[in-house]
Design a protein around this ligand. Structure first.
Ligand SMILES: C[S@@+](CC[C@H](N)C(=O)[O-])C[C@H]1O[C@@H](n2cnc3c(N)ncnc32)[C@H](O)[C@@H]1O
Length: 350
């Protein structure tokens, strides 16, 4: 939680420079880490029903009372807890955002915490060498809880954007075959198949993601029309001139430019003439309305992509150039109403 500074502190740290503003970043980072411990130890969930004294909470959570006492006082100073006569209680913001409930922000909060505190430990190496110091997807496959959070976040975002994607796009008449590259959770493949009864879909992804998608496909009763194909999108050839439409949703940002260009050429080869590629991406040329928070998130995301995958958030101009180079024409761009950082680019295979 941003520290609630007194007027005097605000002036010293942020106006007069009598005190180092980066000290606030240090404390905000400690606040983030401590609140993450609160989420993972179950502190906020345990206090969801009302106040509890520290010793009772320690007993309930089966943790060390002194350690918990220090964590609770820190969380209080960071604005996540308050104290009443009956013990500690969640502040309204902790209660609203950090409980383990469906749709809670706690998933995003915990996912990024693991990324920043574990994955970014070698960030300097990536920047120094220009090569990702870690392999994000291998790292993820070894961390089932983080993988679950990642897939939950992707599925939620896809569920949020899918109706707008379906409204923005009309598939070519008679389209029957869709390829969803890196479409793991299958939300988009399912959405398109539900909207277009003649369509069948192939979802290509890694095993961990396909497991999530297979459940969604079965739940939608579409097992016969959506096939889940395990493969590596960087090396597996797609079937030539086979597909009417290919989805590249949040894929190209995970690759360096040379690989993006190779992938776009492979996608062009997989589409029949007149087929369509749909590219969903955040873009580095941000839409108006993202604000300071939106911009900071996109820059953080981009740095993370570079560090874990050698990718980055690209600009529209470079993606358009690479699509054209791969033989695509009639480029069009849709900016989402629901999300100022996401964009949908559509193009025809010439
Ligand atoms: C950022 S997610 C996007 C998921 C989905 N397309 C969406 O927009 O919500 C990237 C997906 O690509 C998959 N992926 C990453 N590297 C891959 C590879 N080498 N081969 C196949 N799939 C890969 C991941 O497992 C993940 O499901």
């Amino acid at each position: 939680m941003p520290l609630s500074l007194s007027e005097q502190e605000y002036r010293r740290f942020l106006e007069t420079d009598d005190a180092p503003a980066p000290h606030l970043d240090f404390l905000h980072t400690a606040s983030y880490r401590a609140a993450g411990a609160g989420v993972r130890l179950g502190v906020f969930d345990a206090l969801a029903e009302g106040p509890l004294p520290g010793e009772v909470l320690a007993e309930r959570l089966q943790v060390d009372p002194r350690g918990l006492g220090l964590l609770l006082t820190a969380l209080r100073s960071f604005g996540y807890l308050t104290v009443t006569g009956d013990g500690y209680v969640n502040t309204a913001k902790a209660q609203k955002w950090l409980l383990d409930t469906p749709g809670s922000y706690a998933t995003v909060f915990s996912f990024w915490q693991t990324v920043l505190f574990e994955l970014w430990s070698e960030l300097e190496d990536s920047v120094r060498t220009g090569k990702p110091a870690v392999d994000f997807y291998q790292w993820l496959e070894q961390r089932p809880a983080t993988m679950r959070r990642f897939q939950t976040m992707l599925t939620r975002l896809a569920g949020f954007l899918c109706p707008e994607v379906l409204a923005a796009v009309t598939l070519p008449e008679g389209a029957t075959k869709l390829l969803d590259i890196g479409g793991g959770h299958a939300t988009y493949a399912v959405g398109f198949c539900q909207r277009y009864p003649e369509l069948s879909a192939t979802v290509l992804d890694l095993p961990g993601a396909l497991a999530v998608g297979s459940e969604a496909v079965a739940a939608a009763g579409l097992t016969g029309r959506v096939s889940m194909r395990e493969g590596d999108l960087r090396t597996d050839p797609f079937d030539a001139a086979e597909f009417d439409v290919a989805l590249l949703f949040n894929i190209v940002h995970g690759m360096p430019p040379a690989e993006v260009r190779q992938l776009l050429a492979a996608v062009a080869a997989a589409l029949r003439p007149g087929g369509r590629v749909l590219v969903l991406e955040p873009l580095s040329d941000l839409a108006a309305g993202g604000g300071v928070v939106g911009e900071a998130f996109v820059r953080t995301f981009s740095l993370n992509l570079f560090h874990g995958q050698g990718g980055q958030v690209y600009g529209y101009a470079e993606l358009a150039e690479w699509l054209t180079e791969a033989g695509f024409t009639d480029l069009d761009r849709h900016t989402f109403q629901k999300s100022p950082t996401d964009h949908l680019i559509t193009a025809l295979r010439g």
